[in-house]
Write a protein that binds this ligand. Sequence first.
Ligand code: ADP
Ligand code: F6P
Length: 323
Amino acid sequence: MKKRIGILTSGGDTPGMNAGIRAVVMAADAAGFSVMGIRKGYAGLIEGRIERIKTEDVDGIVGKGGTILKTARCPEFKTEEGRQKALQVLRAFDISGLVVIGGDGSFAGARILSHLGIPTIGIPGTIDNDLAYTDYTIGFDTAVNCVIEEMSKIRDTMDSHERVGVIEVMGNKCGDIALYSGLTGGAEHIIIPEVEFDLDYICDRILAARIKGKMTSIVLIAEGAGKGESVANYMREKAGLDAKAIVLGYLQRGGAPSESDRLRATRMGIRAVDLLSRGIGNRVVGVRDRYVIDEDIDEALSKEIIFPKELYQEFLIMSENKR
Ligand code: ADP
Ligand code: F6P
């Protein structure tokens, strides 16, 4: 294989993407490969927005949020014509191996490119943690840390007014951000898509807690389970609770990556280059337990997410303890 690797970031940005880019560039340099940075994901690939990215370009970016390569969602890449254009561009730039940092959508694109003959490696970059083959995706840990920090500030003001704070968090169809943040940040209730919920029951529990003197509750709702505003409205109208909805939104996707995200991104970036340098493509990199792993992309994408029931049970114990 020729000694030129391409790299792009795609889908929603995540803290830690830059740490991944840095690792790929530095590991490639160490292995004698040059790296071409493709701007704005598959859109930039189709448009040929590509330039050499050197180690000096990644100096000091390990702790920087966002992605220096920018990102995009590109419907054109889902068409045969778009993909053929992308292929021509890759050939024109002599890129014979590609690293894609993104979520499951971006991986679907990576799989297609691999099948079209460009060895491609996926690095999981999404705050949603919704890829079954890996314990963690890059950005998830930082997003959870953001939620628990904001939650604590919201609790201060909810406490002063004896209100219920209904905090809507991201995660697409996955409840992991709400579940992990609820467990570690001390939410009284969580509403996630994986578990059926009963708003009347939650209202009853909040009212019962108030009778015993606990006047404030935090309810975390994952966006995949519904809207925070509707839940707060329901609580006000049906239970007379002074409930306020807060949508955390893009706060969860910005800011400096946590140590865990930097570490995982760095280690996965190094593994991606190791695979490409051996001419291996069509794989995704991840972490299981504390090990960096890689797996066939078709197998990885066909796996179903297993809901972490034990974490949910632990959340129930911890939220029970508060009453
Ligand atoms: P994420 O990678 O975070 O899941 P998206 O689902 O928005 O984000 O996907 C990012 C991009 O990946 C899309 O805009 C598109 O260019 C590409 N993509 C998504 N799904 C496919 C698919 N089935 N085939 C080819 N490309 C895809
Ligand atoms: O996939 C990451 C994510 O932040 C989801 O949690 C959220 O549903 C979505 O992206 C938001 O996308 P956009 O950046 O298009 O608003």
